[in-house]
Design a protein around this ligand. Structure first.
Ligand code: AHR
Length: 503
């Protein structure tokens, strides 16, 4: 049976915020050290940044870059990472049982974001685990105040004359999680987030602030956490965060392929909770969503490994280095579709993470950098998913899943560039075995040409890119797609991610 939907520019979801294509660099494993930063590498520039990695990051189309954590930030002293590198202290990183050399810090991070290019912007997290309002204010003053105070002048003396101009700030990380250093109750955190936000706005009312939401939808405190935090902080913050990771468990690939069902319900439940608090407070203000950690992550493998072999404080160990299959990339593409489908309220999102650690880009110390399978859906979505999201209501055959019941085989969205009128359809076929015929009726759209139908799929669902075979999986042109008399017809290969561009 055929899956169908209709596109009409009169029916839109909202504009895509460029920040939807953000990512995340944490001091964790080899994300920073030997990932983005490796002095002495043949491709390193004068600041020690790997130019081969920078090129891939540009190709990936990353915008906001969240930093420095993650769990790491909840024990971090930002002062350790500024000033002369040789004087910086070595510290225990409690989150990842590693040793932090602090060779890379705030100034290096800002330099890195600048080198990505004008589309990139910093998104800095403050430590609300072991620290509080005062340290957040000091960091903000050091980073953003032009000159003439001790902290601003310290930055200038450290070689950064111009203020960093950081607009987007995270008020801590996953404070609902018992694993978090300095974990708090919703009430404790809500008060601290509100106090910190109000104080940061005393320095600069225009900063944009993200309060911590839940670490995932199955947290026991989910929804009550958001409601309590926002009851305290609603008027002081702009965003609430969401984090979610998905993996295939117990060989249940059908449910794994439907992971975006959970992501979409998570988003809709958080929107409902924010709006409920807004209504209770009689506030005209709307809180938007910062989905600032999302990905496929084989977390259960990591947990088993770390319980069996606790780390003994190594420097930049190989941690969370998941090697993604083509199946993972199809699920990943579906997660991108879920974000785009909610672009009216999800206005910041960060793929966790950027290099080596559950990442689309991998590196070898002293060696090559390459693209994982998940690189391609992200790069294509960032490149072509700009403009207005059109309202897509699919009529699709379904399949049965153990976790979510009967689910549509087709998961899709479409984005229209309002300047050129070009439309890009992003679609996933969740069937492991069957091709899915697709028919899209185009109403009131000024498109006559099929520019491209690119598909990511493979006869081997376990196919992956590796150091030895870095280009094993890449998107390929799909066959038999047509655009005639306002109707787009295509056949989506089994278990595939598809990008169909119309102009
Ligand atoms: O991205 C890896 C970790 O996942 C982050 O440090 C934490 O915030 C989340 O639990």
């Amino acid at each position: 049976r055929t899956a169908r939907f209709t596109l009409d520019p009169a029916f839109t979801v909202g504009d895509v915020s460029p920040r939807l294509f953000g990512s995340f660099v944490e001091h964790l494993g080899r994300c920073v050290y030997t990932g983005i930063f490796e002095p002495g590498h043949p491709a390193a520039d004068e600041s020690g940044l790997r130019t081969d990695v920078l090129e891939l990051i540009r190709e990936l189309g990353v915008t906001a870059v969240r930093y420095p954590g993650g769990n790491f930030v909840s024990g971090y002293k930002w002062e350790d990472g500024v000033g002369p590198a040789e004087q910086r202290p070595r510290r225990l990183d409690l989150a990842w049982r590693s040793t932090e050399t602090n060779r890379f810090g705030l100034s290096e991070y800002i330099g890195f974001v600048k080198k990505i290019g004008p589309q990139a912007e910093p998104m800095l997290a403050v430590n609300l685990g072991t620290r509080g309002v005062a340290e957040a204010l000091e960091l903000q003053e050091y980073a953003n105040h032009p000159a003439g105070t001790e902290l601003a002048d310290r930055r200038v003396a450290h070689g950064d004359k111009d203020p960093f101009g950081i607009r987007l700030w995270c008020l801590g990380n996953e404070m609902d999680g018992p694993w978090q250093t300095g974990h708090k109750t919703a009430h404790e955190y809500g008060r601290l987030a509100a106090e910190t936000a109000r104080a940061m706005r005393q320095i600069d009312p225009s900063v944009e602030l993200v309060a911590c939401g839940s670490s995932n939808q199955s947290m026991p405190t989910f929804a009550a956490w958001e409601a309590t935090v926002l009851q305290e902080a609603y008027e002081a913050v702009d965003y609430i965060s969401l984090h979610a990771y998905y993996e295939e468990t117990e060989g249940d690939r059908d449910s794994f392929l439907a992971s975006a069902v959970d992501m979409e319900s998570f988003i809709e439940n958080v929107v409902a909770t924010c709006d409920h608090v807004g209504a209770r407070l009689k506030s005209p203000k709307r809180i938007n969503l910062s989905f600032d950690e999302w990905n496929v992550w084989y977390m259960s493998r990591f947990q088993e490994e770390s319980e069996a072999n606790p780390l003994e404080w190594p420097e930049a160990p190989r941690l969370l280095e998941d090697n993604y299959s083509v199946t993972d990339a199809v699920v990943f593409g579906s997660l991108l579709i879920a974000l785009l489908r909610h672009a009216d309220r999800v206005t910041v999102a960060c793929l966790a993470q950027l290099v080596n650690v559950i990442a689309p880009i991998m590196t070898e110390p002293g060696g090559a950098a390459w693209r994982q399978t998940t690189f391609f859906p992200f790069a294509q979505a960032s490149r072509y998913g700009r403009g207005q999201v059109l309202d897509v209501r699919v009529e699709s055959p379904t399949y049965d899943t153990a976790k979510y019941g009967a689910i549509a085989l087709l998961h899709a969205t479409a984005v229209r560039d309002p300047q050129s009128g070009a439309v890009t359809v992003f679609a996933v076929n969740r069937s492991q075995t069957k091709a899915l015929p697709l028919e899209v009726s185009l109403h009131g759209l000024d498109v006559t040409e099929l520019v491209e139908h690119s598909a990511l799929s493979d006869a081997d669902p376990e196919a992956r890119n590796t150091l030895d075979e870095p280009d094993r999986v890449t998107p390929h042109p799909a066959e038999g797609t047509s655009l005639r008399a306002g109707v787009l017809e295509a056949v989506l290969e089994p278990m595939s991610w598809n990008v169909i561009r119309l102009a």
